[in-house]
Design a protein around this ligand. Structure first.
Ligand SMILES: [Zn+2]
Length: 107
C-alpha cells in the first residue's frame, strides 16, 4: 500500500491523500449522525481518520432529553425509546411552551 502510494508522482499522491481524507470525513460524519455529532464526526474523520472514528464512538452522544420522561433521545427519532411518546411532537410542544413562558415573564 505505502509502496504503491510512494510510486505515484507528487500531484497524484496528494490527490489520493486528500480523497482518502475526505472519504474518512464523510464516514466520520455518517457515524456522527447517529450520535447527533455530525460536524464533530466529519472533523475527526478528516483530521484523524480511523482514530477519529474510534474517538467519536467513545464520546458521549449529544442527545436531547425527552420532554415527557427526561430519557436521552436523538432529536431526529420519531419515538422516545423509554416512554414511546411522539418525540417530534413533544419537542415542538416544549419549544412552544418555553416561548409562552418567556412571553409571560416579559410582561
Ligand atoms: Zn420519553
Amino acid at each position: 500500500m505505502i509502496d504503491w502510494l510512494l510510486a505515484l508522482p507528487w500531484p497524484e499522491r496528494i490527490a489520493v491523500l486528500v480523497s482518502a481524507s475526505m472519504l474518512a470525513g464523510v464516514l466520520g460524519g455518517w457515524i456522527g449522525w447517529f450520535r447527533n455529532r455530525m460536524g464533530l464526526g466529519m472533523l475527526l474523520g478528516v483530521l484523524l481518520g480511523p482514530v477519529g472514528w474510534l474517538l467519536l464512538l467513545l464520546l458521549r452522544p449529544a442527545y436531547v432529553p425527552c420532554p415527557e420522561c427526561n430519557a436521552a433521545a436523538h432529536p431526529k427519532w420519531a419515538r422516545c425509546p423509554v416512554c414511546k411518546c411522539d418525540l417530534q411532537r413533544a419537542l415542538k410542544r416544549s419549544a412552544g411552551s418555553a416561548q409562552r413562558a418567556a412571553r409571560a415573564d416579559w410582561r
